[in-house]
Design a protein around this ligand. Sequence first.
Ligand code: HEM
Length: 486
Amino acid sequence: MLVLALIFVCVVVYYIRFRHMRKHLYQISEILPGVGELPLIGHTHWFIGGPEKLLKNIQELAELVDSSGGTSKVWIGPSLYFVTLNPDDVQKILENCLEKDGSYKFLQQWLGDGLFVAPVDLWKVHRRVLLPIFHNKILEDFVPVFGQQASILVKRLEEQVGKPDFDIFKYITSCMLDIVFETAMGEKMDVQHNPDTPYLRARSCVMSIINMRLFKAWLQPDALFKLTPYAKIQQENIDYTHKFTDEVVMKKKEQCGSQDQQKEGKKDLLELLLHREIKFTNEQLREHIDSITIAGNDTTALVIAYALLLLGSHEEAQDIVVDELNSIFGESDRAPTKEDINKMHYLERVIKETMRLYTVVPIIGRRTQKDIKLTNFTLPAGVGCAVAPFVMHRSKRLWGPTANCFDPDRFLPENSVDRHPCAFIPFSFGSRNCIGRHFGMMVMKSVLATILRAYKIRSKAINRLKIEILLFPVPGHMVSIEKRNK
Ligand code: HEM
């Protein structure tokens, strides 16, 4: 009895202390508008369920927020977020809050201080140093790699010609891995022919554990997570992936000799990093390269696969793309050059419309470091902010009554002039936006063009989606393909 009483007293004391330490958050919460919350648990009930249910709940909650003025506070367990669907406020948040939200800490054990998760002071220095290596002039050197890997993809797809629906994503993601590994670190991994290596298994194991932690509140506190078997499995697999990239970095440094001697001709991103004004440590090089290969692979592969699904169910649009490609390539079956890529205007609009309807990075999280004046009130320092591009991209307020329809011509220059700069933000916005967006656009155009010149795609409309860090269709990117007549 005495023991129970003692435990009770300890819990009460802990709770009072916990509330006291977080007094400022409750004060902030008072001034923010809110919808859909329950006493004590806040909005936690919206975030329970599998990946498909979770997405539906988030969409429903977002609709509630949208219909009640476009801003709301959201309490997920003990964490307070400010959510806004108002483009003016989104712009202010993405321009002024450059610190990532606390939920990104699950990635930090893996990616360390790589650009994606780096704390803002370090990020400012490193982003400035990394920016020039993502310049269009440098990326153009990678175009032949895009073409070579896309033509291997086309050969691999032959095994599916004339067969029933299959999931094209796994073919595309292998192709993207080969492209990203070769351009980022000069490694020819040949994932397209060897998709099941221990390194790739380790990567996907770490990603699925991080995804599980993000959406399962009880796995979030480190103390509880460490009690589960997942902690050991995650550590072992992170160690494995680190060892892999560490070895690549060491090998590259040996190949390049002294960091002061630069070789002529095409260089991969790691080589370029070796010759920047900052001498990165081996650990920093690994963190940047891992961040780039992780941020650049599934994102681009997903957009390519969604574009094929959309074109497969919109035959007229597919015909326009193919006419455009015929006018660029004629009878030739050469790989796309940078000049060809620049001429793919309609395909670019298809890709943009795909990213609007299927925004593969659905939510962006930031944290205020200073007070920020928004349209209707001032957001104090220390609050998490959630921006939901996938909700804004389908908002009828921003895109009109046909917001849910596929119409690439929305992105014609004359139809885009009056659009708010934050109405369309698949690559985020502001100085912490996607550093790989030009790389992404070039590679997506090149791979899509190569597939569509070889195959006619058929698919059914996408009805079910789920969120697993990124946005995936259920049951997959199912298409059927047939060879085009030359
Ligand atoms: C369709 C393709 C892509 C999409 C939709 C996309 C989207 C995004 C978004 C939304 C962010 C901001 C995330 C956040 O603030 O939470 C981001 C950041 C980033 N992306 Fe991409 N990305 C794509 C392709 C790429 C590629 C190809 C690369 C590299 C080769 C890349 C590298 C990065 C990096 C390093 C960051 C962190 C930037 C920073 O914090 O300074 N991304 N991306």
